[in-house]
Design a protein around this ligand. Sequence first.
Ligand code: SF4
Ligand code: SF4
Ligand code: F3S
Length: 268
Amino acid sequence: VKLADRLPLVWIHLAECTGCSESLIRTDSPTIDSLIFDYVSLEYHETLMAAAGWQAEENLENAIKNYAGRYILLVEGGVPTAMNGQYLTVGAHARTGLELIHHAASSAAAIFSIGTCASFGGIQAAAPNPTGAKGVDKVISNPVINIPGCPPSSKNIVGTLVYFILFGTLPAIDVYSRPKWAYGQRIHDKCERRSHFDAGEFVESFGDEGAKEGWCLYKQGCKGPYTFNNCSVERFNQHTNWPIGAGHGCMGCSEPDFWDAMGPLEKP
Ligand code: SF4
Ligand code: SF4
Ligand code: F3S
């Protein structure tokens, strides 16, 4: 890939914890260095770029102007909308997240909501949601592709980017605008503990004999039967492990409003 062909990216942080960026940098195929030196040009990313202060703001404005209609906007974090967005301001001019998202989205070729915060509001949108946090697609009219998860795996982020690089278009999506290639099946469908579910072998309490044997976590609140994602196949941290492999049930983190809708998280 020639330098000029690298896909320009603008990654902005709104109300979030940066866990999604942490997930991104653990990508293994391609690795993060190969991704950002061979395939994409990371024009703006508050936690990864070298620039600071006015130079950072200049990078953002230059990217929006110079790559208008060509850059992908990736958003990490929900958008606080209460009090006219004043719960989140960025930079020397105290631009609100609401203003920033409209500005950065206006010239983007495509918009990706990275993580459950950007896709659906996330934890800050949990009741009573004092900041009025919302998913990106609730505050702008442009089409948005959602890559939820708290965080989403690097596979789901990078795989969707690579799809766009290879085909010049976005992948097929489900009713929540999630790419079907990544979110087309339930966690439960390919879980390594599924045979124990089918056999009626359940962990009755954390640390019991069933837990040591790797039995099904449904009675400990696993939401795998209601959650669409590919964690059981792709795993995290360069395929090291995933929540159920580590002994805790799935919390449904890639579903809308999971903090409120999936609770209690450790009971069926
Ligand atoms: Fe953090 Fe989760 Fe939000 Fe990502 S989706 S920014 S990991 S709280
Ligand atoms: Fe299904 Fe969860 Fe049991 Fe796995 S641990 S089989 S996802 S209920
Ligand atoms: Fe989230 Fe469940 Fe995967 S909690 S990380 S969707 S196993």
